[in-house]
Design a protein around this ligand. Structure first.
Ligand SMILES: *Cc1c(COP(=O)(O)O)cnc(C)c1O
Length: 390
């Protein structure tokens, strides 16, 4: 029996090494990677710039503690501020930690305004992480079951339903923030409407609430802009990043703007590893390469190619409910549970994911080429076709 705690339904394959959008398992079998470690490997695998930067930094200093100044961390914060239009960044090591920081920031903000039990509006089907507070913010009863008592202070609203948020605003004077994934990932690749996001921004301004955007999955250029909220032309008060930020080195970031700036002082929050030299050097490199190589434009082009390609190849296939997404965040919803497609895909040399039971999720590296997009469409269309025809 394995000594690793049994917290994942693992697929029967161990990956050994990768090159670009391709990975090889320990048996020597090659796979096209349309998942990128769940939106993590932004630059694909074995990227020369990232290897060089990480290796050089490892030979200088891996870590020093936040007791000391870290120039790389300051540079990364400056860069993220420019890219987002926001002002301050707190660094941690993962998405749930970034969201914990955001939740603490919202509560702190509430108490400053004299709200004793600040409440945060969160969405149905949301995913914000697995720590107690982020699990409580997550809109998935299955994930929460058995871990009660949950952390209080969250009120649930249906996604893309402005009237529901307005109704809550009238009922509850303790609300201090709205927290939302601009594109829901785990929930099944659902995009927030542009008008809804703009209206949330306005409502938050009118009410003095913080607008918190969880960009852990949809950020870092994946949808074709650095942050998915930029499609709506808004700037939130708080935004969180993690997954793809350092291309595979663990990192998380909580960004603040407007009313959320200057709230925390020394002692209010912290992290031992957060933003260390290795992680921030990796992130700076990823941001530079995404910019230098025009990878956001590539995400838009390849995303359209994949969605259109699948649309054409599956047009006559009954059982395909929807093909949606933005840039290289793509969902193909079927009319039936299809988790077994992950295993079936392995046998044809393809890495994909299934979320929300019926949604095939694609999150390829932003370096995906046109040939790879076509190859993905060909392999996946055949897979879906075979699966649905029985
Ligand atoms: C993955 C994810 C998280 C949690 O990130 P971890 O690094 O696993 O803690 C939070 N929010 C969203 C939107 C995510 O996709």
């Amino acid at each position: 029996m394995s000594h690793v705690m049994n917290t994942y339904a693992r697929l029967p394959v161990a990956l050994s090494h990768g090159e670009g959008s391709w990975v090889t398992d320990t048996e020597g079998k090659l796979y096209l990677d349309a998942l990128a470690g769940i939106a993590v490997s932004t630059l694909g695998h074995n990227h020369p710039d990232l290897i060089m930067a990480i290796s050089a930094q490892a030979g200088r200093l891996l870590h020093s503690s936040n007791i000391y100044r870290m120039p790389q961390q300051e540079q990364l914060a400056d860069k993220l501020a420019v890219l987002s239009g926001m002002q301050e960044v707190f660094f941690c090591n993962s998405g749930c930690e970034a969201n914990e920081a955001a939740i603490k920031l919202a509560r702190f903000y509430g108490h400053r305004r004299g709200v004793d039990e600040p409440q945060i509006i969160v969405m149905e089907k949301a995913f914000h992480g697995r720590t107690l507070a982020t699990l409580s913010a997550t809109g998935n009863r299955k994930a929460q079951a058995g871990f009660e008592p949950l952390v209080p202070g969250f009120i649930r609203a249906p996604f893309n339903d402005l009237a529901a948020v307005h109704a809550l605003a009238e009922q509850n004077p303790s609300i201090v923030a709205v927290m939302i994934e601009v594109v829901q990932g785990e929930g099944g690749v659902h995009m927030a409407d542009i008008e809804y996001l703009r209206a949330l921004r306005t409502l938050c301004d009118e009410r003095g609430w913080l607008l918190i955007c969880d960009e852990v999955q949809c950020g870092m250029g994946r949808t074709g802009t650095w942050f998915a909220f930029q499609h709506a032309g808004i700037v939130p008060d708080v935004a969180t990043l993690a997954k793809g930020l350092a291309g595979g080195v663990p990192i998380g970031a909580c960004l603040a703007a407007g009313k959320a700036v200057g709230l925390f002082g020394p002692g209010n929050h912290g992290s031992t590893f957060g933003g260390n030299q290795l992680a921030t050097t990796a992130a700076l490199t990823v941001l530079n390469v995404v910019e230098r190589d025009g990878l956001m434009g590539n995400a838009i082009r390849q995303g359209a190619l994949i969605r259109n390609g699948l649309g054409a190849a599956l047009a006559e296939v009954r059982g395909v409910v929807d093909i949606r997404g933005q840039g290289l965040m793509i969902g193909i919803e079927l009319d039936r549970p299809c988790a077994e497609l992950m295993t079936r895909a392995l046998s044809i040399g393809l890495l994909i994911n299934v979320t929300a039971e019926k949604v095939i999720r694609l999150l390829p590296p932003l370096t995906f080429s046109e040939e790879e997009s076509k190859e993905l469409v060909a392999r996946l269309a055949e897979l879906i076709h075979d699966f649905l025809k029985i």
